[in-house]
Design a protein around this ligand. Structure first.
Ligand code: DC
Length: 239
C-alpha cells in the first residue's frame, strides 16, 4: 500500500468517487505544505507540479545547456523521465527524480529557483508538463498544486482552491526555508524576487497564474497550516 495513504471513512465525497483537487496560488502561499497535508488526510496522491518544473530546470543546469535555446530545451525535457515518490516519512517532502537522479534537495537551491520561472514560460515545456500531469491525475484521488491546475491542467477538478498571501509574508516563509537549508538571504531581495516571479508567472502567454472562475480563494496570511487544511477538507465534504 502507498505509504502516504490511509483510509478515511467519513468523507462525504461525490458518490464515493475519489476527488480531483486543484490547489493554485503564488510561490510561498503555503500550497505545497497544505496540499501534502490534505492529500495525507484523504489518503490521496499528492502531485507537486512546481517540483516537476524545478526538476526540468535542474536538468538544464546539469547539462549546461543554454536555457534560451528553446529547441534544445524542448528536446531535452520531452525525453526526460520525472518521478514523484511519496516520502517514507509521511511528513517529509516528496522525493523528486529526473532521469533517475535524486534531486529532492537540489531543486530547492537558489540557482534552480532563478531559472525555473523563465523556463516555465516556454510553451513546449508547459505542454509536456501539462500532459504528464493530466495522466498522473487521470484516475482521481489526487491533490495537485501549481499555478495553472484549476485553469489548464485539470479544468474539470471537483474542487479548486486558490491560496494567497502578501509578498512580505511569503518572503518571510522563503527566508526560513532557505535558512533551514543553510542558505542565507536578504529579506528585501526575496520580496523583490517574489514580486518579479509573480509578475512573470501571471503575465506569461501560456498557463499563467490565474484564479479560475470557480475557485475558492483562501488567504493564508494569518492562518495556520492546520486551519487551512481543515477548511479545505470541509469543502471536500461538501463537494
Ligand atoms: O511552486 P514552485 O515555487 O515550486 O514552482 C516553481 C516554478 O514553477 C515557479 O516559478 C512557477 C512554475 N510553475 C508553473 O509555472 N506551473 C506550475 N503548475 C507549477 C509551477
Amino acid at each position: 500500500m502507498h505509504p502516504a495513504r490511509k483510509i478515511v471513512v467519513n468523507q462525504s465525497l461525490r458518490a464515493g468517487k475519489p476527488l480531483i483537487i486543484a490547489i493554485d496560488g503564488p510561490a510561498g502561499a503555503g500550497k505545497s505544505t497544505v496540499a501534502r497535508k490534505v492529500a495525507q488526510e484523504l489518503g490521496y496522491l499528492y502531485i507537486d507540479t512546481g517540483a516537476m518544473y524545478r526538476a526540468a530546470a535542474w536538468l538544464i543546469l546539469q547539462k549546461n545547456i543554454d536555457p534560451n535555446d528553446q529547441t534544445t530545451v524542448a528536446a531535452l525535457i520531452s525525453t526526460a523521465k520525472i518521478e514523484l515518490r511519496q516520502a517514507k516519512d509521511i511528513d517529509g517532502p516528496i522525493s523528486v527524480l529526473i532521469n533517475g537522479h535524486e534531486v529532492t534537495a537540489a531543486i530547492r537551491k537558489q540557482a534552480v529557483t532563478h531559472l525555473v520561472s523563465p523556463l516555465a514560460t516556454q510553451p513546449a515545456v508547459r505542454q509536456y508538463m501539462v500532459k504528464q500531469q493530466q495522466q498522473m491525475a487521470a484516475s482521481g484521488g489526487v491533490v495537485m498544486d501549481g499555478r495553472d491546475i484549476g485553469t489548464v491542467v485539470l479544468p474539470e477538478a471537483d474542487l479548486k482552491i486558490f491560496l494567497t498571501a502578501t509578498p512580505e509574508v511569503r518572503a518571510k516563509r522563503r527566508w526560513h526555508d532557505l535558512a533551514n537549508q543553510g542558505e542565507q538571504a536578504d529579506i528585501n531581495i526575496l520580496i523583490t524576487e517574489i514580486r518579479q516571479r509573480d509578475e512573470r508567472d501571471s503575465t506569461r502567454a501560456v498557463g499563467p497564474l490565474k484564479l479560475a472562475d470557480d475557485a475558492i480563494t483562501i488567504d493564508t496570511d494569518s492562518s495556520t497550516i492546520d486551519s487551512v487544511v481543515a477548511t479545505i477538507i470541509n469543502y471536500c465534504q461538501q463537494v
